[in-house]
Design a protein around this ligand. Sequence first.
Ligand code: NOJ
Length: 536
Amino acid sequence: MSKFTLGKGNSGWWDGAIGYEVYIRSFADSNGDGIGDLLGLVSKLDYLAWLGVDLVWVSPFYPSPMADFGYDVSNYCDVDPIFGTLEDFDCLVAEVHRLGMRLLIDLVPNHTSSQHEWFVDSRSSIDSDKRGFYHWRDPSQNGGPPNNWVSHFGGSAWTFDELTEQYYLHLFLPEQPDLNWNNPNVVKEFDNILKFWLSRDVDGFRIDVAQGLVKNMLMADNPLRFPLHKDMSPREIFASYDHRYDLDQSGNIEIYQRWRKVADENDALLLGEVYLRDNDPNKVSRYVASKDSLHRAFYFAPMHVPWSPEPMWDTFRDALDAAPEDLSWALSSHDDPRAPTRFGGGKEGKQRALAYSVLLLFLPGLPFIYQGDELGLESILVKPEDQADPVALRNEDGSDGRDGARSPIPWHVGENFGFSTGKPWLPMGDRSEEETVDSQKFDEGSTLFKYKELFQLRAERLDPNSQLKWITSRDSSVIAFTRADIVCAINVGEQSEKLKLGKEMSDIKFSVGDAVVSDGILELGLASAAIIMSGV
Ligand code: NOJ
């Protein structure tokens, strides 16, 4: 953890922290059922502490029918037996803290599982006490869905229920009905859920679909931004609409203001997944701007930007103009292709991902890496017959499937790469020995060691309070800036580049690829990055 202390606003122990996402199903399995679990994670915490992680975000572990692998919660205050027990959870919190780290759990407030008792009750009758917990509407005049809203995962966002002859809303799967956040009883239920986990000592929440909780109750059609055509993937279709009525409603912020009071009393972090398809940082920044709502908001453009100077420039300059301090970003996640794959794959893709991490880690912001990023892992190819992600299964060509990034972690050579003694729930691909944790842990030239070194440098040298000053501009393929006495530079272009620094800037503290400094001139080879400090 950083040694620097900060002021107020949205600040807290998370300033200067480095986050690590654990996708629990694929991290480490303690009981041989082929699925990662809480005790598996406990057994690897010393590895995360060794790496220099400050903050562990663990994906949902609550009881769930697993239609969306845990993002369909049927009981918010327990642990699914696949993942362990509440006692295992307590043990996880205690161990995380003993090792000097913090634990963020994943709260899923936009929707429940269709098997949650609230929905079972709600569905049973129009007069159910819980009917108003969800969005039920009569069919439109032509008998179809009440409006044109679409699900992120393909098809209409409405499912007709024969029993009561009404439609219910689900922005994701039909097995994930959306809660009605205009209902004060839903609000009260979540107050209790937050308190339940805070009393078990969690350090905060990653809030799933933070942009989506409140809906405009008029439920008008969303305008189309681009014409639809039949070859579009669900993501493309979703992005073709202006989500004027289903996402990013102002009422969301009132909910976070309410939660913020409880979070602050408990010194807990509220980090929202603010996934707006148009990636407008000004909209994302509203969730953190008032300093009494979310402490941090995930901004997704950095996880999708191509390896190309201009889009990268625009992404970071616009983001930092909109919210200079309070954004969070990730190198990869369980929802998207891994960074080395996204950046072209192979040796080049790996080097680019590592160079890009230098940028993500030294810009102002709360950075996360996703399990396996530190090993330079690429996404794997999952054959159609092995696919598990409902997004792939619902959509014929499987092109939007997320399984490739969810393949389990290779710990060491041997049976299932040490992930499990049982058949892993997803294939592990043809990983090589060099990709395993055990091999990289003993090789000081490995990607793992590079990440460890980078984390350490950031913790020791980067003052998270320090102001950023760009030292190159959009017409350059080197993105470079200073923060206090540090220069950070990355070459995203097609050729080697030179950058003039002050003569005293002679000490390269960390580099990726070819980076040399002499006489105050920094020379950066292809896909290289460097952190430079004064040698005086
Ligand atoms: C975002 C999560 O990261 C993703 O995995 C999930 O499918 C959706 N939210 C719905 O909960």
